[in-house]
Design a protein around this ligand. Structure first.
Ligand SMILES: Nc1ncnc2c1ncn2[C@@H]1O[C@H](COP(=O)(O)OP(=O)(O)OP(=O)(O)O)[C@@H](O)[C@H]1O
Ligand SMILES: [Mg+2]
Length: 144
C-alpha cells in the first residue's frame, strides 16, 4: 500500500504535471499493468491541470492497495457551477492564459470519465473535490 500527497499551485505552468509524473513513476516501480498506468496518468494529469487553471490552488492524494488506485484532488476556488454541463466534451471556461498554454479544449473531465472506473465530483462556490477510482481486480467498471 502506498499513499502520497502533492501540492498543486494555481497558474504555475512550470510545475503543472509534477504530481502526475510522480504517480506515473510510482506505478511503474510497482509494476502496474501499462494499460492501467495510462488511464490513471491521463486522469491525474487532466485533474491536476484543472486545479492549476480553474482554481486558486489545492492538493492531490494518491492511494494504491491491492484492490484499487484512488486519486483525490481538492482545491479552493470558484467551484464547478454545473457539473453535468462541465462534463460535456467541448464545454470550457478556460481563460486565454490557459489557452496559450495549450489547455481549454473542454476535454479533461470527459477524458477522466472515460478512463476511470468511477468518477465522483463534489463542488460548491468554495472549491472542488474530484475522486477517480481504478479497480485493480477484474472487470468492475461502474457506469454513472
Ligand atoms: N477544479 C475545478 N474548479 C473549477 N472549475 C472546474 C474545475 N475543473 C473543471 N472545471 C470546469 O469544468 C470545465 C470543463 O473542464 P474540462 O477539464 O473538461 O475542460 P477544460 O479544463 O476547460 O479544458 P481541457 O481539460 O480540455 O484543457 C472547465 O472549463 C471549468 O469551467
Ligand atoms: Mg481540463
Amino acid at each position: 500500500m502506498v499513499d502520497k500527497e502533492y501540492q498543486i499551485i494555481a497558474n504555475n505552468f512550470d510545475l503543472a504535471g509534477r504530481a502526475s509524473s510522480d504517480i506515473k513513476r510510482t506505478l511503474k516501480e510497482l509494476n502496474i499493468n501499462p494499460g492501467i498506468i495510462k488511464k490513471v496518468c491521463a486522469s491525474s494529469y487532466e485533474a491536476e491541470i484543472n486545479v492549476v487553471i480553474h482554481s486558486v490552488g489545492g492538493y492531490a492524494t494518491f492511494h494504491i492497495d491491492e484492490d484499487e488506485i484512488v486519486l483525490d484532488f481538492y482545491d479552493d476556488g470558484p467551484g464547478i457551477f454545473d457539473i453535468e454541463l462541465a462534463m460535456l466534451e467541448g464545454y470550457t471556461t478556460a481563460n486565454s492564459i490557459a489557452n496559450s498554454n495549450g489547455f481549454g479544449a473542454g476535454m479533461g473531465l470527459s477524458n477522466i470519465k472515460r478512463s476511470a472506473d468511477k468518477l465522483e465530483i463534489e463542488s460548491d462556490e468554495f472549491g472542488t473535490h474530484l475522486r477517480a477510482t481504478f479497480f485493480l481486480r477484474g472487470n468492475q467498471h461502474e457506469d454513472f
